[in-house]
Write a protein that binds this ligand. Structure first.
Ligand code: CMP
Length: 132
């Protein structure tokens, strides 16, 4: 079933000029990028975007990092886009992510893990409203 998901290429990857290479991985897998934009998260946007994590001990670090520089946001469309995108990006912690996944290949740490992707269609609906 064709569906949409949202990815955010995070500041650590944008700084290393990896955004194009990361986006091309989705196109090579047959997905379409229907919207794309470069932006800086404000603290208010970050609080809303990551509200599910607001009680976590790493929340302040997460907000501080995502607001630290430019990000590239994109809507990815295709069959089973939510679950397949999660496979393509790999484990949250780059140290545990397989080689060949985006976080396995480019991630630096659990905070500087290069990319975010919606974990469900419900998360996509909420996240897309913050960004687009
Ligand atoms: P992301 O997919 O953007 O969604 C929430 C983020 O929180 C996640 O990527 C990680 O960067 C971060 N995160 C998750 N778990 C931890 C943790 N234990 N310590 C620090 N950051 C974390």
């Amino acid at each position: 079933m064709s569906e949409q998901t949202l990815i955010i290429v995070k500041p650590d990857a944008v700084k290393r000029n990896l955004a194009e290479e990361i986006l091309s991985r989705f196109e090579k897998k047959g997905f379409t990028i229907s919207k794309q934009k470069t932006l800086n998260f404000t603290t208010e946007m970050a609080n809303e975007f990551y509200s599910a994590h607001s009680a976590k001990p790493f929340f302040d670090e997460l907000v501080s990092f995502i607001t630290s520089g430019e990000v590239v946001a994109a809507i990815i469309e295709g069959d089973n886009a939510v679950s397949r995108t999660r496979e393509i990006i790999g484990h949250t912690n780059p140290k545990e992510a397989s080689s060949g996944t985006i976080r396995g290949d480019f991630g630096i740490s659990i905070t500087e893990n290069s990319i975010h992707a919606s974990d469900s269609s419900e998360s996509f609906d909420k996240e897309v409203d913050v960004i687009f």
